[in-house]
Design a binder for this molecule. Structure first.
Ligand SMILES: Cc1cc2nc3c(=O)[nH]c(=O)nc-3n(C[C@H](O)[C@H](O)[C@H](O)COP(=O)(O)OP(=O)(O)OC[C@H]3O[C@@H](n4cnc5c(N)ncnc54)[C@H](O)[C@@H]3O)c2cc1C
Length: 481
């Protein structure tokens, strides 16, 4: 075809990009566009805060992408408008035959893309979309009976069985890069403030948006990947990859990551094999959302929607603000609120605490995470929350209730992580810090932290909460599902 438009969304990179490759291969001229989608951004602003690390990350990644395209004689056409209207309009202005994009299976994105495709079709243009964000998507990995998996381990086995180097090979850019076209009328990128947002502490945190941020992070992780299985559960240790935000916005290629992990795993690295499993969890939750889109609102197991939650607003606020009196929970919430990231072990701990200690509906925690996490991903977040609340596919059984003190003793034994985020507890010993309310008052004074004044008393008693939770969850057993 003569010309096409490539619409970048959660794939803000040039390397190994499925839709870009197909657009370039099939068209003589390819224009590139990104839309700061007002249908999403205006909702964020209406919720009251114009400081959002994700928007700043995207803005930085788009700036880098534009520069990389300019270096190749092209450049991004950037709009700040509702994407569903703008893309068909832009396609008409440019007179392109087709719009190319990568799949985005979030319910909002599917609906938006269906509208775009319909508008393009009405104008006689094509919509072409491709898998890019996951290794296997939608119905690519099914049970022998042809149905979707809802249990992780057999899914993972089938995923690994299906995997060949073909699925992980990169889409080359260079072969067809000459087709990249310059925007007809180059316009400068809007500044962050011009789209209504203010800078956050993103850069101070050392988070570098774009491919220039993702590549060194992955290179650093590859020097540690062999130790991942041992280190990954300890939040005070630099164990995980911290690549989630780059995976979220496509500033790294999932194929490149999975390829490196697979090769290392095949060479005998247990750490790489464990890390590859985490990437499979990511695909697993994406296919769950695809086959069961109702999970975005409801429990995967319908019986769990019979649970009557306490939903105490004061307890919820204390959880959000990290004032529960349980140090590991509070330090985890401080990490989230101050950085937009939370270690995976801690996500499980605080989600269990909200649902099973405080008796609050998992959807409220899920929504709080959706607003606060820089790596927020509907499929993974929903999967994680429903796992913790026991309402999900292959979830934690409802009678398994994390003890927040035992989790703290096990995964932050010296209290190093706690002290990083709660410096007022720095005077406590490794034995004392996990349950400071049990420390005798004189010793609290000597440690410079009196519970009740310098640090909150526990807002609930775990043993009592546990008993209430078991009673609350009894409704899931009353009727067969
Ligand atoms: C309640 C809860 C909410 C969560 N919300 C999100 C979310 O919104 N976005 C998100 O990306 N992850 C989410 N996770 C999964 C996991 O906690 C994060 O992916 C991980 O902590 C990100 O850090 P990392 O990149 O250093 O992880 P690593 O340990 O280095 O893992 C590598 C990658 O594997 C994927 N991954 C790891 N664990 C999981 C998992 N359990 N489910 C799905 N993918 C996984 C992620 O893409 C991650 O970046 C959630 C987990 C829980 C329990």
């Amino acid at each position: 075809m003569d010309s096409a438009l490539i619409w970048f969304r959660r794939d803000l990179r040039l390397a190994d990009h499925a839709a870009l490759y197909h657009a370039l291969k099939n068209s003589r001229r390819v224009f590139c566009a990104f839309v700061f989608d007002r249908a999403i951004l205006d909702l964020l602003l209406a919720e009251g805060s114009n400081a959002d690390r994700r928007v700043e990350f995207i803005h930085g990644a788009v700036t880098e992408l534009d520069a990389a395209l300019r270096a190749r004689g092209s450049g991004l056409i950037v709009r700040h408008a509702p994407a569903a209207d703008t893309i068909p309009q832009l396609a008409a202005e440019l007179g392109v035959a087709a719009v190319f994009a990568n799949h985005d299976d979030d319910p909002y994105a599917l609906e938006r893309d269906a509208r775009v495709a319909a508008r393009l079709a009405a104008d006689g243009r094509h919509w072409q979309s491709f898998k890019d964000h996951v290794v296997f998507e939608r119905s690519e990995v099914l049970t022998a009976g042809g149905t979707p998996f809802s249990v992780f381990t057999p899914y993972k086995n089938a995923w690994l069985k299906k995997l060949t180097p073909f699925y992980l090979s990169a889409y080359p850019l260079e072969r067809y890069a000459a087709s990249l076209a310059a925007p007809p009328a180059p316009t400068p990128l809007p500044r962050l403030e011009e789209i209504g947002f203010a800078p956050t502490n993103l850069r101070t945190l050392g988070i570098v948006p774009g491919e220039v941020g993702g590549a060194p992070l992955f290179a650093d992780f590859l020097t540690r990947i062999d130790g991942y299985a041992q280190a990954r559960d300890y939040p005070a240790v630099k164990g995980p990859s911290y690549l989630s935000v780059h995976l979220r916005f496509g500033t790294v290629s999932i194929r490149a990551l999975a390829r490196a992990a697979w090769e290392r795993a095949q060479a005998g690295s247990a750490g790489a094999a464990t890390w590859l499993s985490e990437l499979v969890w990511r695909d697993f939750y994406h296919q769950i959302l695809h086959h069961h889109p109702q999970v975005a609102e409801r429990a995967f197991r319908p019986a769990y929607d019979r649970i009557v939650w306490d939903d105490d607003p004061a307890l919820f606020t204390a959880w959000c603000e990290g004032r529960t009196g349980y140090p590991l929970v509070d330090a985890a919430m401080a990490q989230l609120n101050q950085t937009g990231y939370m270690h995976n072990r801690l996500r499980m701990v605080v989600a269990s605490f909200l649902t099973k200690d405080l008796g609050i509906d998992w959807r409220r925690g899920e929504r709080y995470f959706a607003r606060a996490l820089i790596d927020f991903d509907l499929a993974a977040n929903n999967g994680g929350w429903q796992w913790a609340a026991s309402s999900g596919c292959d979830a934690q059984p409802y009678f398994r209730i994390f003890n927040p003190v035992a989790q703290s003793q096990k995964f932050d034994p010296e209290g190093k992580f706690i002290k990083r985020y709660l410096p007022q507890l720095a005077g406590f010993t490794a034995d004392e810090i996990h349950a400071p309310w049990e420390v005798p008052p004189l010793r609290q004074r000597a440690a410079g932290c009196v519970v009740g004044s310098d640090y909150p008393s526990p807002i609930i008693d775990h043993a009592q909460a546990r008993a209430r939770t078991l009673a609350r969850y009894a409704v899931v057993k009353e009727k067969p599902e």
